[in-house]
Design a protein around this ligand. Structure first.
Ligand code: FDM
Length: 217
């Protein structure tokens, strides 16, 4: 049995460069010598039937209560969980664009916290826990320099501000479990990529060496 792969999640606000960084990370891991088997995931996964409903909601083509959409985002992770576990057990490292932390941060931030923080955490309890959460921070001024927000539901300055606050709380609450690695994403793409790669290689090595069981949220 090979040692399992590492599970790495990238989180952050809009315009923090997460998607670019994930693709750079994936290519650098798979082109290293020897190559690290790696699979990239992203949430929401809009390709499944549940993902299609989420997509309509985000594009404001469909409306839904805050509680209902929150549960759909979580279900979208649960439907992916068996394959995710299998991939890790096969020895493949998984790098993932957004996960349960975005789930809590966005729902708890909206509408003055109608869905409470603890309620928001509930549906994801039991999902595979990442070995590393890379949290890309971006200042408001850089966020704004990087272009206008698109037309999706959560892409407003006010909401992004509250989301930032909930992410800070999540990070503080997770401190005892496994600290997040905060990466200053105001810097150049290359500088950010270097820090991310270093952190991922470190966790990869640890996981391959110790082969720890996959923990749960
Ligand atoms: N989002 C993402 C949530 O509200 N809950 C979740 O569980 C997840 C994974 O969906 F505004 C929000 C965050 C973002 C939107 O994400 C779409 P992408 O990364 O822009 O596709």
């Amino acid at each position: 049995m090979p040692a399992r792969g590492a599970f790495v999640v990238l989180e952050g606000l809009d315009r923090c460069g997460k998607t670019t960084q994930l693709s750079l990370l994936r290519s650098s891991l798979s082109s290293s010598s020897p190559p690290t088997p790696v699979k990239a995931l992203n949430f929401p996964d809009r390709t499944t039937p549940i993902g299609t409903m989420i997509n309509s909601y985000l594009k404001t083509a469909a409306d839904m209560s805050d509680n209902a959409i929150h549960l759909l985002f979580s279900s979208n992770r649960w439907e992916a969980a068996p394959a995710l576990l299998e991939t890790l057990r096969e020895g493949t490292t998984v790098v993932c664009d957004r996960y349960a932390f975005s789930g809590v941060a966005f729902t708890a931030a909206k509408n003055n916290g109608t869905c409470g923080y603890d309620w928001c955490k509930g549906p994801d309890v039991g999902l595979p826990r990442p070995d590393l959460v890379l949290f890309l921070t971006v200042s408001e001024s850089v966020q704004e320099k990087r272009g206008d927000y698109g037309g999706e539901r959560y892409e407003t300055r006010e909401l992004q501000r509250s989301v930032r606050g909930v992410f800070d709380r999540l990070r503080a609450d997770d401190e005892g479990e496994r600290p997040w690695k905060v990466v200053d994403a105001d810097r150049s793409v290359e500088e950010v990529a270097r820090d991310i790669e270093e952190a991922v290689r470190e966790v990869e090595e640890r996981v391959r060496g110790e082969n720890p069981p996959i923990a749960k949220l």
